[in-house]
Ligand binder design. Sequence first.
Ligand code: ZN
Length: 219
Amino acid sequence: MLNDLLDGNRLWSAKRNADEPGYFERLATRQTPEYFWIGCSDSRVPANVISGLDPGEVFVHRNVANVVHSADMNFLSALEFAVDTLNVRAIIVCGHYGCGGVRAATEDLPHGLADHWLAPIRRLARAYALDLAQVSNVEDKRDRLAELNVVEGVRRVAETPIVQRAWGRQSELSIHGLIYGLKDGLLRDLGCTVTTPTSQTEPLNTTGSSFNPMTGDAR
Ligand code: ZN
């Protein structure tokens, strides 16, 4: 199995170098990505591949169900490096439909440590229980919850002192919420972009947004 992986790597490296001589030498000197991507660990949602970006073009943090925990040192360290050192211009919080983490958060089953990790999604489900109850299909309900999790993630990123400081020094920095469809390979903009320190104080489903995460309607 490992040999397959190493063979694949050698092929990729050779092809890349043939297509663009000097590619690796150039990339080895520095990285200047414009995007910081916060996504799900799901193997079907690789940031570079689905966004059509090359190595060096997107700085990535992934975890189960793309949860933004405000005290997660792993996430905060990556965010600080992306904002303060790499000077990224856009932060993308990307969820996906059919997310196993979101599904686990809606199940009445024990999942071990994941239950701690997914607690914010369970809280979101409780907070929006009335709205989610209007969606009859259980898969659609989970997909709505995945959208809500992205919108909440955008808000939490905007609230971090790291991003607030960046805006305080007039850095051009925007935070966007996207959701990816496993069935069609397309990214959708949830319209919850935040670009200023004040817009993140608005209620969850109106945060700088023309998108209603409960109905999917643009307003
Ligand atoms: Zn997922």
